[in-house]
Design a protein around this ligand. Sequence first.
Ligand SMILES: CC(C)(COP(=O)(O)OP(=O)(O)OC[C@H]1O[C@@H](n2cnc3c(N)ncnc32)[C@H](O)[C@@H]1OP(=O)(O)O)[C@@H](O)C(=O)NCCC(=O)NCCS
Length: 149
Amino acid sequence: VIILEGTREEIKDFRDAEWVVVDRENLDLQIDGSWQPEQHVLKAVVDGEIVGVAEMRFLGGVATLSDIIVGRDWRNRGIGRQLVARFEAMAHDAGCHKLTLKTPADSPAVDFYTRLGYRVEARLHDHYFHRDFLQLSKSMPNQGRKGRQ
Ligand SMILES: CC(C)(COP(=O)(O)OP(=O)(O)OC[C@H]1O[C@@H](n2cnc3c(N)ncnc32)[C@H](O)[C@@H]1OP(=O)(O)O)[C@@H](O)C(=O)NCCC(=O)NCCS
């Protein structure tokens, strides 16, 4: 055997064929094995200008929020809260049962998320750039399995 670097296209057929069997065995999934996330971005706009953005991905019922940022001059006016609310509404509509995100453990954003109902699920020691991060999560009750989310 030799191990070579390949491309996504090259490995796709093999990967899909093998994972569909393992997913059925290990996770009892009846879907066609695709772990392709659904991805979206949000923009907060004032007078045609972007003042805040966020990104999200939905996979296996877990909605992950990332890279939320509000422009320096626009903070503390409820824009971050509105971005998170929209993320949660879209996650709900996609059938997700859990919301999650990572943030530096010493970031002021921890308070922002805590106020919005997120709780510490895990501490990730010596993570990105040797910093501790927190995984914050919130579950969405009454949300069953729907589609492949
Ligand atoms: C975190 C961030 C997105 C919040 O956006 P925002 O528009 O300023 O927040 P909002 O005005 O919607 O605030 C919502 C609530 O969180 C609180 N809050 C916001 N920023 C806070 C902070 N830095 N520390 C403590 N509380 C904060 C607000 O007081 C408000 O609480 P309330 O409604 O009970 O009064 C924004 O500060 C930001 O872009 N920070 C830099 C980037 C960053 O850290 N992103 C998160 C990394 S994962």
